[in-house]
Design a protein around this ligand. Structure first.
Ligand SMILES: [Fe+2]
Length: 323
């Protein structure tokens, strides 16, 4: 089968030393301060009615939006230098790409829900970190590419997670693509995302950044194919099936008890049972970047969107738990 690797990959589980405290006490400690599962369905931004999005709504999906409100409160305390996002709808067929365009801007339209999401974006990239992530991933054996075309439209999964975490866009970002191999080759494993996660961690340590990571994935992913006349009619919103709901809750029970390695080991089963969007690898990348801490995750909220399961979850490494 086709391979996305140039070299035999190293394990993504190599222990990496905790980041040192550097400089004065005024400078926040570098490293990965937190990671979030941060789902991106366009309905959440549509329901928020931000000025960047053209369509208007009467609300909806409040429980998940309240979970994001709590994420934003916590992010303010964490004071990151940069948000790093891995998103499943920037699909690259060969390798893993990193957006190195200094100031991507334009209009992003969700192709299935253009009546919900026509978003005007203007983002600042942390180019040094973006390039270092690409370099570290290449050193680990991954095919990588540094995107430098300013006109390439940013996908709605990248924008969705970044907007909902930080709608003021006053924190620089790094955006990673999702290699699409897992959707074509059954044997292509999520192990590959562990390599990318470890490389992301190395790059953050190398550049001395204080980063927060966003895995832009929904959970169970079978959904309705007929929309209500009013998209935000919550009387129509519920899990696609009891089966999907049960498997999502099984996953979240593991999240709430930890350790993170057990969560990742359960992900393939969860994908097989629910067509989970975690197949794109964002969640596995996130947990690998955190270096598999033996901690529980904090489930800030769970809810369905057109029947799919979505959870906002926080993991804070012990060395940052005093923030
Ligand atoms: Fe999606």
């Amino acid at each position: 089968m086709a391979r996305v690797f140039q070299l035999p990959v190293t394990t993504g589980r190599t222990a990496i030393a905790a980041p040192a405290v550097v400089g004065s006490t005024d400078r926040p400690r570098p490293g990965i301060a937190a990671g979030y599962l941060a789902p991106h369905p366009p309905h959440l931004i549509y329901a928020e009615n931000p000025p960047q999005n053209e369509p208007r709504s009467t609300g909806g999906w409040e429980v998940l939006r309240w979970a994001y409100a709590e994420l934003r409160r916590r992010l303010t305390r964490l004071r990151p230098d940069v948000l790093v996002v891995h998103a499943p709808h920037w699909i690259t067929m060969v390798g893993h790409h990193v957006n190195c365009v200094p100031n991507p801007r334009g209009v992003s339209v969700e192709p299935i829900f253009p009546h919900l999401f026509r978003y005007h974006y203007n983002m600042t990239t942390d180019v040094e970190l973006a390039e270092t992530i690409a370099d570290c991933a290449a050193e680990a054996g991954l095919v990588t590419s540094k995107l430098r075309e300013p006109g390439v439209r940013v996908d709605y999964a990248t924008i969705g997670a970044l907007h909902l975490a930080n709608p003021s866009w006053d924190i620089p970002v790094v955006s990673l693509s999702a290699n699409n191999n897992p959707y074509f080759y059954a044997e292509a494993a999520l192990d590959e995302m562990e390599v990318l996660g470890a490389a992301t961690r190395r790059a953050i340590e190398t550049t001395g950044r204080r980063a927060v990571l966003l895995a832009s994935n929904s959970l169970s992913h079978l959904h309705w194919d007929v929309e209500a006349d009013l998209p935000e009619d919550m009387s129509r919103e519920h899990p696609f099936s009891h089966h999907q709901y049960q498997w999502d809750i099984r996953l979240l029970d593991l999240v709430r008890t930890g350790p993170t390695r057990a969560v990742a080991d359960f992900v393939p089963q969860h994908i097989a049972q629910t067509a989970s969007e975690t197949k794109a690898g964002s969640l596995t990348w996130l947990l690998a970047a955190l270096d598999w801490p033996a901690i529980p995750g904090d489930v800030l909220g769970y809810g369905t969107i057109i029947g799919t399961g979505n959870a906002v979850v926080e993991w804070v490494p012990e060395e940052f738990s005093d923030v």
